[in-house]
Design a protein around this ligand. Sequence first.
Ligand SMILES: Nc1ncnc2c1ncn2[C@@H]1O[C@H](COP(=O)(O)OP(=O)(O)OP(=O)(O)O)[C@@H](O)[C@H]1O
Ligand SMILES: C[C@@](O)(CCO)CC(=O)[O-]
Ligand SMILES: [Mg+2]
Length: 405
Amino acid sequence: MVVVQQDRRPFVASAPGKVIMFGEHAVVYGKSAIAGSVDMRAYALVVPHSGHAVRLVLPDIGVDIAFDGRRLPRVQPGALAHPGDVEALLAEGIDVPDGPGRMAALVFVYLYGSLVADTGAQGFSICVRSLLPVGAGLGSSAAYSVALSAALLQLTGQLHGDGASEGDRRLINGWAFQGEQVAHGTPSGIDNSVATYGGFLEYTKGRDPAPLQSTRALRVVITNTNVPKSTKALVAGVRALRDAHPAIVDSILDAIHSVSTTAAELFQAPDADDSDAEQRLHDIVRVNHGLLMALGVSHPSLERVRDIAARYRMASKLTGAGGGGCALTLVPSGAPKSATAEVAAAMAADGFECYDTVVGGAGVSITYAVGAESIEAWIGKQSSDPVAVFAALPAATIASLAPSQ
Ligand SMILES: Nc1ncnc2c1ncn2[C@@H]1O[C@H](COP(=O)(O)OP(=O)(O)OP(=O)(O)O)[C@@H](O)[C@H]1O
Ligand SMILES: C[C@@](O)(CCO)CC(=O)[O-]
Ligand SMILES: [Mg+2]
C-alpha cells in the first residue's frame, strides 16, 4: 500500500472545453489537427472528510452516489485492455443507472481505483459542475476527465506544482486520456490535451502538443444545433467506412491533414491582414467540412448552419465529432462586432444556440481560494453541506473559480 500525504483543505480543479478548428476524425488516424480551448470549463469541488465514505455528485446529469472507498480494489495497469474489467468495478455495490451518468461514474471509478484506492487516503466528496454543453462537440467529456484527474492527483499529493508545472500537466493529461479511453474506446487525445494545456495548438497523436502563435485574432462563433450525438458511435462509423473502403477513406484523411497543415501556416503567417490568407482560410473551412461530410459525420442541422453563415459571406464547419452537436463559423479579420451579432441572431431565429467564444484561454487549474477568501471559509459560511452549496451556485459564481482568460 502506498500511503499518501493528504492536504485536508477543500479545493476546486477546473479544465476548459475545446473547439477543433481543423482535423477532427483524421486526428484519430495520426493526422494533424488544430484546436484551442474555449472559455467554458468543468469545475470539480473536492471536500476531504474523515472516515472512508466517497461521494460523487454530478448535478448536470443527475448522479449522486456514495460508496465505502475501502471496498474498491486498486485498478491494475492494463485494465483498459479489458473493458469488461472496468465495467466490473461498478458491480462493487455502486448503483448507477444507464445513460450518460453511467459513463461518467465509470470514468470516476476507474480513476479512483487507479489513483486513490489502496493509498490509505481518507474519504471525500467530489462535485463536478460544467458550464459546457454535454455531448455537443466542445469536449465536455475531456474537461470532466481532466478536472477529475487533477482533483484526484492533487488530493493524494501526487502533484508538485498545484497542476501548473510541466510535470504535473503531463501526469494529469496522461490520466485524463485514460479517462477518455474508458468513455470512448479510441480517442486521439486531442480533447484532453487542449483541456490540460489550454491555448491554441497543433496536435498529432502520440506527440506532445505544439503551441501555435497565431498572428490572427481567433474569432469564432460556435453554434450548438442541440442535436444529440455520440462521439463513440461517430468515431466507430468512420472506422467502419474505412474498413469497407480503405483507399478512398485514407485519401480523404490525407486531404484533411493537408487542410490542417495549410491552416497552421496561415494562422502563423506574418501578415495577418493579408486578404489572400483570409480567403484561403475561408476556403479550407469549407473544404474541411465537405471532407467530413464525405466521411458521413454531418447532419441536416449542421448544413442549415452553413447555409445561414454563407448568407453573411462567412464559412462554417462542424466541430468535434459531428452528427449534430456544434458548428464553428470563422469570423473574418476586421469584421465589426455587429456582423457576428447579426449572424448569431439569424442562427438563433432558427432555434440554434450561439456562443461568442474567445479561443485560447488557460488550461487546467487548481485553486484553494475564491478571490481573497479560502474556499474552506467561503463554503463554511454558506451551509454545513458544501456539495449542496456548490451544486446550486449560479454559473457566474462558478466561473469565478478559475483563472480569468
Ligand atoms: N457536466 C458533466 N458532468 C458529468 N459528466 C459529464 C459532464 N459533461 C460531460 N460529461 C461526460 O461526458 C459525456 C459526453 O461526452 P461526449 O464525448 O459524447 O461529448 P463531448 O465531449 O461533449 O463532445 P466531443 O467529444 O465531440 O467534443 C457524458 O455522457 C458524460 O459521461
Ligand atoms: C472525432 C474526434 O476527432 C474529436 C472529438 O472531439 C475524436 C478524437 O479525436 O478522439
Ligand atoms: Mg468527448
